[in-house]
Design a binder for this molecule. Sequence first.
Ligand code: AP5
Length: 190
Amino acid sequence: MAGKKVIITGVPGVGKTTVINEALKKLRESGIEYQSINFGSFMFEVAKSENFVKDRDQMRTLDRAVQKKLQQQAGQAIAKISGNVLIDTHASVKTPKGYLAGLPEWVLREIMPDIIVLVETDDDQILMRRLTDETRARDKEGSRAISEHQQFNRSIAAAYAMLTGCTIKIVTNADFLLDRSSADLAEVLR
Ligand code: AP5
């Protein structure tokens, strides 16, 4: 039987990777397995091997044509993976030239997701998480800009649903409520 393809998105620092890891732990306890794929890691491996970037946060600033090429290669590679697949990526990427669709038509048609999840929380919580995460070179921006990005992601997700017929699920990952957000995500994946 064909597996489920679920795409998880959220602005940087919203905690999507954290929620994914917790949800997958819960599912494993009930015998449900998903292969978890990080779209950015696929892009980064190619970008690093071609000496375009040294760290993954530099990818957002690459020439748009290069970012699109990397996206396409990642989409094609991920489309070949069978079974239940969970893809950790972005509905849109904030580049110096404006928002870049994270899932343009040619990537969506390869993957054809069943569900797209938007992980969201309050803008000020995201701001604090970015400021306290020393492991990454997070974009420095205020709550207002984060709010705009979250709103843009909802709008573009509607376009993705129109193209593929997938459903859109919003999961809130509020401070101190990781158990609730991961349970919500696990429910979607069952
Ligand atoms: P990616 O690897 O996805 O980078 P990212 O957006 O920074 O995602 P992370 O997984 O690092 O952050 P997160 O939001 O999941 O937060 P985390 O769980 O770490 O992508 C890298 C790059 O690849 C992109 O920048 C882009 O250039 C490129 N890319 C990817 N997909 C693309 C696409 N489709 N098209 C084009 N380019 C693409 O958590 C953050 C912090 O919050 C942690 O400190 C955590 O402890 C804390 N936290 C989480 N949950 C909670 C909670 N409930 N309460 C309190 N603290 C919490």
